[in-house]
Design a protein around this ligand. Structure first.
Ligand code: HEC
Length: 112
């Protein structure tokens, strides 16, 4: 069991560690990825806190120009993967790297 856990940790960690603030979204502007991100936004209940139109509720508006944790795709990726101290859950154990990039592509496509 321990060996499996170590292997999973080894598999999971590098992908996240490789994403820096300046990493470009490999799926940016990809219509299929944006659509998949749209689906995940509802399925994972991001919409429950950020609203279906992303204008916010319990969580902040994701369409305005203001970003607490950075507006670069790599920064948004990290916010989603790792969460924040004030109420944004971490998703890295529930979503793959590709799925997080799909969400980033969707959110960026909605920016005003
Ligand atoms: C339980 C409620 C909740 C859920 C579910 C949730 N969020 Fe959040 N989110 C928040 C809160 C609250 C903040 C602000 C956190 C802070 O100020 O530290 C936030 C912040 C963010 C930010 C950073 C905004 C900024 O200004 O930098 C992004 C991006 C984001 N959420 C995306 C998502 C995505 C994508 C999902 C679904 C995978 C999601 N959130 C699910 C509550 C939630």
């Amino acid at each position: 069991m321990l060996r499996v856990a170590v292997m999973l940790a080894l598999l999971a960690t590098p992908a996240l560690a490789q994403v820096t603030a300046d990493t470009a979204n490999p799926l940016a502007g990809n219509a299929d990825a944006i659509e998949a991100g749209h689906g995940l936004f509802g399925k994972m209940n991001c919409a429950g806190c950020h609203a279906y139109d992303l204008t916010g509720g319990m969580g902040p508006d994701l369409t305005d120009g203001s970003w607490q944790y950075g507006s670069k795709p790599g920064e948004i990726y990290h916010t989603i993967a790792e969460g924040t101290p004030r109420g944004m859950p971490a998703w890295k154990d529930k979503l793959t790297g590709d799925e997080i990039w799909q969400l980033v592509a969707y959110i960026v496509s909605k920016k005003q």
